[in-house]
Design a protein around this ligand. Structure first.
Ligand SMILES: [Fe+2]
Length: 529
């Protein structure tokens, strides 16, 4: 049997066990070698709907050896309550944590009331997890007064502490949208703030270990426990600058990149509050390149549609590269024929078609704001002041035909109040989505807020006046500060507050408001607030 088939068979067996439901344990959980705190990776919730939410945890057993030797499923009890004291239980049950999925647990609680806060916790043996707080979304047809969410991305471990999350926790949020680079596959960084990271991440065990490292941070765990998250990924959850099934360019190459990608995707599932259907739909052939679909649209009442896109898994390879690297800055790409090739896609034909259909559908049109979480900076970013252009070929700039199809779709369906949220570039960029970035006089078809990183370092100088002047569709840029953005939505107004930590090298860093912007409903204009 090929390694692919063995991996696939194990995955199928694990899923069968995990979905078997009420399993009567063959032996008492107390006999299992649970780690001193089997819930050391914390709890999380996500993918909320108006009647359901996913509750997540992953058990730690006592050491790697025990993880390998524990053959059977481990029963994990869960409770969801109306109150933090768990005196009014809404629902309770038992899930099975299985070795094939790293003892992760994804409980999809159904039949909940819309627009409600709940508390949840897990128990295994005599250990009880931390208490998490989560919420359901309002019913799709409900009139909703407000939504408050944060967007965040890029949290390289060695580059700093997650004090951003400690401050985010005080923001009283309904939701976090995480836009990629939850882990990085690199070994230790030079001038590391935190050690150790470990070596290159390539195998399933490596990826699991890297997620566990990140979740050893108490501020990250606390933010997961504070409210539900919607998550997507970018390149570093697999490898720097990979695109579709084309490998990226960091670290020693692996013999079978598709198998590496499958391992990375499985580890992502194991550590995120995703619905089990995300993995079960993929299980027929993840190791041979089948998709793991994580893009989706959710309604937050009539106030907003929340889109989470996947601009990595289906992406065509970068073109016009330099120095044999997948991603690179490209001088004057107009002279490189494949740059404008309309056959190249960022989202893949299927996702592009799905998004176009969503924007044309009655459900898509029933909501006021169209908030699109995606990986990167959307608008053109020319690094070279004056004549000539230097553009980054891994971002939307390297996929100009696909970007135009995106904006054409917005215009064709007259999508009101399109707002793109992004990450990836480790810099804050705020501006207007343009029908034609080459023409400053062309129509604005929406607004864009690309967020800085939680910790990952920036290398550019985004906020120099000549760079902003070169890209007049942007009204603000900053590469100095790490942090996150907070979006407040009401039917008539969007307000975005950019928050930056004072010193990412300190776990006790303070936070400042860098800038605040407003967008009135019906007008694609970013104003200072
Ligand atoms: Fe990043």
């Amino acid at each position: 049997m090929t390694p692919h088939l063995i991996q696939r068979r194990r995955l199928l067996q694990s899923l069968a066990l995990a979905s078997a439901g009420w399993y009567l344990p063959g032996r008492a959980a107390a006999q299992l070698r649970l780690a001193s705190d089997p819930f050391a990776l914390g709890v999380a919730s996500g993918s909320p709907a108006s009647d359901s939410v996913v509750l997540w945890t992953r058990l730690l057993l006592d050491g790697e050896e025990a993880l390998r030797l524990q053959p059977g499923p481990v029963p994990v009890r869960w409770e969801l309550a109306h109150d933090e004291g768990f005196t009014r239980i809404a629902q309770a049950g038992q899930a099975q944590a299985v070795a094939g999925l790293a003892y992760s647990v994804h409980v999809e609680v159904q039949g909940l009331e819309p627009d409600r806060w709940y508390f949840y916790r897990f128990a295994a043996g005599d250990a009880v997890s931390a208490t998490g707080r989560t919420r359901t979304f309002p019913a799709p047809d409900a009139m909703v007064a407000r939504l408050r969410l944060a967007y965040a991305s890029c949290q390289r471990w060695e580059h700093g502490y997650y004090s951003a999350y400690r401050h985010m926790r005080t923001e009283n949020l309904d939701l976090v949208m995480f836009l990629g680079d939850y882990i990085y596959e690199y070994p230790n960084a030079s001038q590391a703030v935190r050690k150790p990271t470990g070596g290159w991440v390539q195998t399933l065990d490596d990826y699991r270990g890297r997620y566990a490292l990140h979740k050893s941070d108490a501020d990250l765990r606390a933010m997961h426990a504070a409210c539900p998250w919607l998550v997507t990924w970018d390149d570093h959850e697999v490898q720097n600058d990979y695109a579709g099934t084309s490998p990226g360019d960091s670290g020693p190459p692996v013999a079978d990149f598709t198998a590496r990608r499958a391992a990375a995707y499985q580890a992502f599932y194991e550590h995120m509050p995703l619905r089990a259907s995300v993995l079960t739909r993929a299980m027929a052939g993840l190791a041979s390149g089948a998709e793991m679909r994580i893009y989706q649209r959710l309604s937050y009442g009539r106030l907003a549609s929340l889109y989470m896109l996947d601009a990595r898994q289906y992406k065509d390879a970068q073109v016009c590269t330099r120095d044999g690297k997948a991603g690179s800055s490209t001088l004057n790409p107009a002279g490189c024929a494949s740059w404008q090739d309309p056959a190249r896609s960022m989202l893949g034909a299927q996702q592009e078609g799905w998004l176009d259909a969503e924007w044309g559908s009655a459900a898509g049109k029933a909501t006021g704001w169209n908030l699109v979480g995606q990986q990167s900076l959307f608008g053109r970013r020319d690094f070279r002041p004056g004549p000539g252009q230097v553009l980054w070929n891994d971002g939307w700039d390297g996929y100009t035909a696909a970007r135009t199809r995106f904006t054409d779709s917005l215009r064709r369906h007259a999508v009101a109040n399109a707002v793109l949220l992004g990450g990836d570039v480790h810099e804050n960029w705020v501006g207007h989505i343009k029908a034609d970035y080459a023409d400053p006089a062309s129509a604005a078809v929406g607004t864009e807020f690309c967020g800085t990183s939680i910790t990952s370092r920036a290398t550019g100088k985004a906020n120099t006046p000549d760079i902003l002047a070169e890209n007049p569709h942007f009204v603000f840029a900053d590469s100095e500060r790490r942090g996150y953005g907070v979006v407040d939505l009401t039917p008539g107004l969007l307000t975005t507050t950019l928050r930056g930590v004072d010193d990412v090298t300190r776990a006790d860093s303070g936070v400042q408001t860098l800038a605040k912007f407003a967008v009135q409903a019906g007008r694609a204009v970013v104003e200072k607030a």
